[in-house]
Design a protein around this ligand. Structure first.
Ligand code: C2E
Ligand code: MG
Ligand code: MG
Ligand code: MG
Length: 288
């Protein structure tokens, strides 16, 4: 736990990954080893700025390369990591790795890192982020942190203070998976968000479903009225890209542009995004 750095108040103890729980879920006991054996990796998915017409950032997405089971998706291991609090050292590692990788990217491309509620609860995230930026030399303006609605539900006062301090440092805070949880309009006022990322469940069904179009459009309007940026996540087709662009989203992310790729595949992903943007321009011209 020491290696996770200063600012870590409460971390997992060896007893939390016990044999009884291991029988419930074999991945539970293996995750601790995975951290020690460096089986974790970060993949990066481009987020495209639709106004500037270029890749503005990459979202860092954790991957577990299990020696025998192959690639395990975060939906399976992040919940375990949170239960066992292994997310604390894992999250600190991801933050530092992401800052290190982003340091090499051209054109001041930014990096977005996901934060778990457990990290905010257990650690001094301000100190951990400051340390990661200091160690890697990445400017705070090039780091974005993605927080889901569940984070906000836990300890509001603490979360508010931490996010405010990070915001004041120049780090951009994004509200992730907006709309997936419950009515959180109030949170938009109480926390220093500068960007809203609409949940991909809404984006997936446009342009076919009228209701989704209405929701997707009103979230973009809301963001604009609040002077925030907006990201449509889960853009899988040319048609949905055109729809979110017409709805007024400032940014888009999804398999249509690129899936998450390993750090060495960043350049290719940027080229692929440029092709998709050119196709979008053609579609817009034809639309008129
Ligand atoms: P998220 O932060 O909302 O990340 C976006 C997820 O949507 C990623 O799934 C990404 O691969 C997927 N995605 C992007 N575009 C498309 C698309 O066009 N279609 C579809 N069907 N999916 C798309 P992934 O990588 O499996 O991650 C799932 C979740 O796991 C993330 O959701 C995030 O909540 C969590 N996660 C991933 N990495 C980390 C991490 O380093 N720390 C923490 N705390 N959570 C993480
Ligand atoms: Mg995210
Ligand atoms: Mg999301
Ligand atoms: Mg998500």
């Amino acid at each position: 736990a020491k290696s996770a750095g200063r600012g870590v108040h409460a971390v997992y103890s060896p007893g939390t990954v016990d044999s009884a729980s291991a029988t419930q879920n074999p991945l539970r006991a293996e995750l601790k080893k995975a951290v020690e054996r460096s089986e974790l990796a970060l993949h990066y998915q481009p987020i495209v700025d639709l106004r500037e017409g270029r890749v503005s950032s990459f979202e860092a997405l954790m991957r577990w390369k299990h020696p025998s089971r192959g690639m395990i998706p975060p939906s399976e291991f992040i919940p375990i990591a949170e239960e066992t609090r292994l997310i604390v050292p894992m999250g600190t590692w991801a933050l530092k790795q992401a800052c290190t990788d982003a340091k090499d990217w051209p054109d001041s491309t930014k990096v977005a890192v996901n934060l778990s509620a457990v990290q905010i609860e257990c650690c001094d995230m301000f100190e951990i982020v400051t340390e990661a930026l200091h160690e890697t030399g990445l400017e705070p303006e090039r780091l974005q942190l993605e927080i889901t609605e569940t984070v906000l539900m836990r300890d509001q006062a603490r979360t508010q203070e931490v996010l405010r301090k990070l915001h004041d440092l120049g780090v951009l805070i994004t509200l992730d998976d907006f709309g997936s949880c419950f009515a959180t309009l109030n949170y938009l006022r109480s926390f220093p968000f500068r960007k809203i990322k609409i949940d991909r469940s809404f984006v997936r069904d446009i342009p076919e479903h009228h209701d989704c179009v209405a929701i997707v459009k009103s979230v973009a309007d809301l963001a604009r009225e609040l002077n925030m940026r907006s990201v449509a996540e889960g853009v899988e087709t040319a048609a949905s890209l055109l729809a979110v662009r017409n709805a007024g989203y400032t940014e888009a992310q999804g398999f249509y542009f690129s899936p998450p790729v390993r750090a060495s595949g960043i350049k290719r992903a940027v080229k692929q995004c440029a092709l998709r943007l050119a196709a979008l321009d053609t579609a817009i011209a034809e639309d008129k």
